[in-house]
Design a binder for this molecule. Structure first.
Ligand SMILES: Nc1ncnc2c1ncn2[C@@H]1O[C@H](COP(=O)(O)OP(=O)(O)O)[C@@H](O)[C@H]1O
Ligand SMILES: CC(=O)OP(=O)(O)O
Ligand SMILES: [Mg+2]
Length: 395
């Protein structure tokens, strides 16, 4: 087996995605997903050199990380690894680029963990598990926030007392940056343009959802903020709301700030509006079956994305393409059409066949005479593997 293998770990709030890359060929050897970690029956599946699936004996991230350690040993892959790359969602102001981890910067990461409560604590759990399993192996953190460090001050400042920014780092950071970085590279190639000349609007629509304006290949603005709670409607997160709502609901329900924040993070978004699911596939099926609340949730979701595109377009001198990515963006034909329907002044006309097949060989789903709309499958794991490989080889 090659000795240029990198393990990539993406610990999410309720799932763990992993991939083993052979960087001598930039190919994936094995990739997998553990899902529903806090539900009755957590489950892990993998494919590539080895293929299989298995229930996980216990709930939570730790049991899954233990299971993954057993699988890596079983696949005889541990000795071939030269580094481990971790998706870390929040890098605060301290981390503006991918970083080789050590005791000091892990401690610094721990300090900003509360800024992404659904993500950073479990990202750290993954880092600790790997340290235990392979203490000598270099580990690299790749931050969702890094790509957005190019945002200008007028985009990232909140209109709150300046001391909040100076003393506590309260500003917009933006997330899904590793995905936007991949999309920028891929889109420039597909449109045959230098990255530095690419101007696009992109929506990353997964469990977490955000949109970004990319100007001359760099992030100019994005919908998520200090935390990944702001902006678009998400699976269980509310997105933008009137901040006054928080005090209002605390008084109305005579409850704590923790309770309200828990509801805004875990019981809102598509789940809260529909009252039935955070999963777009389920909601589309429910809508088809006549469930009005599911329909309301989907419409609010799509409208908010159209509105965000309209707002973000203010920061671009020209729009080369509107790009959809993430689980929903890549797979939900009807959602892409509905977003475009809610955005008439963009004058985009989708080609129904191209939209259905999620793009031609250039990723394009719009008609020939329309402003361009595209679908590009994101690959955060490849970006993480590349950064990890580069940092491991330089040390
Ligand atoms: N064929 C599909 N049609 C509609 N929605 C889909 C389809 N496939 C996946 N999705 C949706 O994608 C979302 C998950 O996206 P994903 O990017 O995998 O999430 P994560 O943020 O966990 O990485 C879910 O809402 C799921 O319903
Ligand atoms: C930042 C974020 O929302 O990530 P995810 O989409 O993985 O939840
Ligand atoms: Mg995701």
């Amino acid at each position: 087996m090659s000795s240029a293998n990198i393990l990539v770990l993406n610990c999410g709030s309720s799932s763990i995605k992993f991939a083993i890359f052979d960087m001598s060929t930039q190919s994936v050897l094995i990739s997998g997903l553990a899902e529903r970690l806090y539900e009755a029956q957590p489950f892990i599946s993998w494919s590539g050199l080895h293929k299989g699936e298995s229930p996980i004996s216990d709930q939570g991230h730790q049991a899954t990380l233990d299971k993954l350690a057993l699988l890596l040993a079983e696949w005889n892959i541990l000795d071939s690894l030269i580094g481990i790359g971790h998706r870390v969602v929040h890098g605060g102001e301290e981390f503006s680029a991918s970083t080789l981890l050590n005791t000091e910067n892990i401690a610094a990461l721990r300090k900003i963990s509360h800024l992404a409560p659904l993500h950073n604590p479990v990202n750290l759990l993954g880092i600790e598990a790997c340290q235990k399993l392979l203490p000598k192996l270099p580990q690299v953190a790749v931050f969702d926030t890094a790509f957005h460090q190019s945002m200008p001050e007028h985009a990232y400042l909140y209109a709150v007392p300046q001391a909040w920014y100076e003393d506590y780092g309260v500003r917009k950071y933006g997330f899904h940056g590793t995905s936007y970085r991949y999309i920028t590279e891929a889109c420039a190639k597909l449109l045959n343009k230098p990255e530095e000349e690419l101007n696009i609007l992109c929506a990353h629509l997964g469990n977490g959802c955000s949109a970004a304006a990319i100007s001359n290949g760099k992030s100019a603005d994005t919908s998520m903020g200090l935390t990944p709670l702001d902006g678009l409607i998400m699976g269980t997160r509310c997105g933008s709301i009137d901040p006054g709502l928080i005090e209002f609901m605390m008084k109305a329900e005579n409850t704590s700030i923790e309770d309200i924040m828990n509801s805004l993070n875990k019981k809102s978004g598509l789940l809260g509006l529909s009252g039935c699911s955070n999963d777009m596939r389920t909601l589309l099926a429910q809508e088809e079956a006549g469930n009005k609340q599911a329909s309301q949730a989907i419409n609010a979701f799509c409208y908010r994305i159209a509105r965000e595109f309209g707002a973000l377009s203010a920061s671009l001198t020209r729009i080369d393409a509107v790009v959809f990515t993430g689980g929903i963006g890549e797979h939900a034909t009807a959602i892409r059409q509905r977003i475009i329907d809610f955005w008439p002044n963009a004058q985009i006309a989708l080609d129904p066949d191209l939209n259905k097949q999620a793009g031609n060989e250039h990723g394009i789903i719009s008609q020939a005479n329309s402003p361009k709309a595209m679908v590009i499958a994101t690959n955060e794991e490849l970006m993480i593997a590349q950064d990890c490989y580069e940092l491991c080889n330089h040390d």
